[in-house]
Ligand binder design. Structure first.
Ligand code: G4P
Ligand code: NA
Ligand code: NA
Length: 189
């Protein structure tokens, strides 16, 4: 997605060889026009598929997932990162380790929002090692849902998550793919 590449080159900051900061339009402040364009692009890429529901994870996945859900005219559910005692009985849950934050979260979705047999499209902002996307896929499989595909705004291909998910048979559609963040520079694939 050319527009997104330009935005990354213009406003992104390479923090180190592994981390790209894009808080001016994706992770803190949001660019509403670009967000809606991202949603339209995901909808276009998955237009040949049946999608009953979008599944994402709080917090940064929600905006781009909402834009996609509006375009596809389907509901959106976001996994929560903090397990609530009230939720435990009626929820699907799995562990996701974030190496960025060096902590393990139990991600949770209430069972009533993931009925068996639904075709689920997973959407997230970043794909690094793939822990978050894999965790969402685990929840969807626990629920007996079918995973239509995985839509990612920024894939950091050099961290291996995308290859791992594609190897596992998932259709991964990434709007931009970054091959390297070496020398303070973003190199797209
Ligand atoms: P993984 O899920 O692919 O394994 O990656 P990781 O554990 O590193 O992801 C942890 C968090 O860091 C996620 O956000 C992810 O979106 C974010 N992240 C990963 N790489 C980058 C990067 O290069 N730049 C930025 N800005 N974020 C990155 P999160 O902890 O779930 O937080 P939230 O923003 O969704 O609330
Ligand atoms: Na994030
Ligand atoms: Na995210």
């Amino acid at each position: 997605m050319e527009l997104l590449k330009q935005k990354i080159l213009l406003e992104g900051t390479v923090l180190n060889e592994k981390v790209l900061k894009v808080d001016s339009f994706l992770n803190h402040q949001l660019d509403p026009v670009l967000t809606m364009q991202i949603g339209a692009e995901f909808a276009r890429r998955f237009e040949d598929c049946t999608v009953d529901k979008i599944l994402t994870i709080e917090s940064s996945g929600i905006a781009v997932a909402l834009a996609t859900a509006v375009k596809l005219n389907v509901p959106l559910v976001f996994a929560r990162k903090k397990r609530s005692l009230l939720m435990s009985e009626e929820a699907y849950t799995t562990e996701v380790y974030s190496y960025t934050k060096q902590e393990t979260n139990h991600i949770t979705v209430l069972k009533k929002f993931l009925p068996a047999g639904e075709k689920v499209l997973i959407i997230d902002d970043f794909l690094a090692s793939g822990a978050a996307a894999s965790g969402l896929a685990v929840l969807a499989r626990q629920a007996g849902c079918e995973i239509t595909g995985i839509g990612i705004v920024i894939e950091k291909s050099f961290q291996g998550g995308a290859a791992k998910l594609r190897q596992a048979g998932y259709r991964v559609e990434s709007l931009v793919r970054i091959g390297s963040l070496k020398d303070g520079k973003v190199t797209f694939l």
